[in-house]
Design a protein around this ligand. Structure first.
Ligand SMILES: O=C(CO)[C@@H](O)[C@H](O)COP(=O)(O)O
Ligand SMILES: [Fe+2]
Length: 220
């Protein structure tokens, strides 16, 4: 199984976004996490398609679009064209989950399905055949810098068990409050892709990223 750190640019300094992204790449981040908020599915508004388009030209990282958007099927083609390699939608935001995931796969990119902390893990079982990744939210979506919800660990374990039972190779991404201090217990629970915003950006981006990559060496 691969282990990946996906820095969330929501916590970057937008006056020097290109530089911040380069530093995550230098630190060994294979993915770049891109939080899209529409002011409907979540109260905040972040950034969207034109920003992704310019970032695409500046990095070779896997562009991981986390769409916190109501009825996201409306935008998946535009994000793919802007450069997304992986599009994750929220189960709670899709009127037709299966159709949305199929639409993403038909574009020739990876599909992710995310659940909020209050959604029972069991609800993802019927969609496992359509996804490359499950995203377990470990905070309520909508903002960076929140505290990791400890009950997420059981949810990650339950998801990993469900994936194993399915016999498929599916990544588990965990997003919200991930730090160097809690990374190991999240990996031990069964996650293999960690999103980190506030733990990566700020001072020492290269070093912060590298420290996550060093932890992965004990798991690979
Ligand atoms: O999707 C979200 C929040 O809704 C995340 O991707 C956060 O942006 C992660 O930030 P930290 O919790 O790591 O600061
Ligand atoms: Fe996110």
């Amino acid at each position: 199984m691969k282990y990946v750190i996906a820095p969330s640019i929501l916590s970057a300094d937008f006056t020097q976004l290109g530089k911040d992204i380069k530093e995550t790449e230098e630190g060994g981040a294979a993915y770049l996490h891109f939080d899209v908020m529409d002011g409907m599915f979540v109260p905040n508004i972040s950034f969207g398609i034109p920003v992704m388009k310019s970032i695409r030209k500046a990095t070779h990282q896997v562009m991981d679009a986390h769409l916190m958007v109501q009825d996201p099927i409306r935008y998946v083609k535009a994000f793919k064209e802007a450069g997304a390699d992986l599009i994750t939608v929220h189960l709670e935001a899709c009127p037709d989950v299966r159709k949305t995931l199929t639409e993403i796969k038909d574009l020739g990119i990876m599909a992710g399905l995310s659940i909020c902390p209050e959604t029972p893990v069991e609800e993802i079982r019927e969609y496992l055949e359509y996804v490359d990744m499950i995203l377990i939210m470990s905070v309520h979506p909508g903002a960076g810098g929140q505290k990791f919800m400890e009950e997420s660990l059981d949810r990650i374990r339950e998801t990993r068990k469900m994936i194993e039972e399915s016999g498929k190779e599916i990544d588990i991404q965990v997003d919200g409050g991930v730090k160097l201090e809690n990374a190991r217990k999240i990996l031990d629970a069964g996650a293999n892709i960690l999103v980190a915003g506030s733990a990566v950006f700020g001072d020492n981006i290269v070093e912060n990223t590298r420290k996550f990559v060093e932890i992965f060496r004990d798991y690979e």
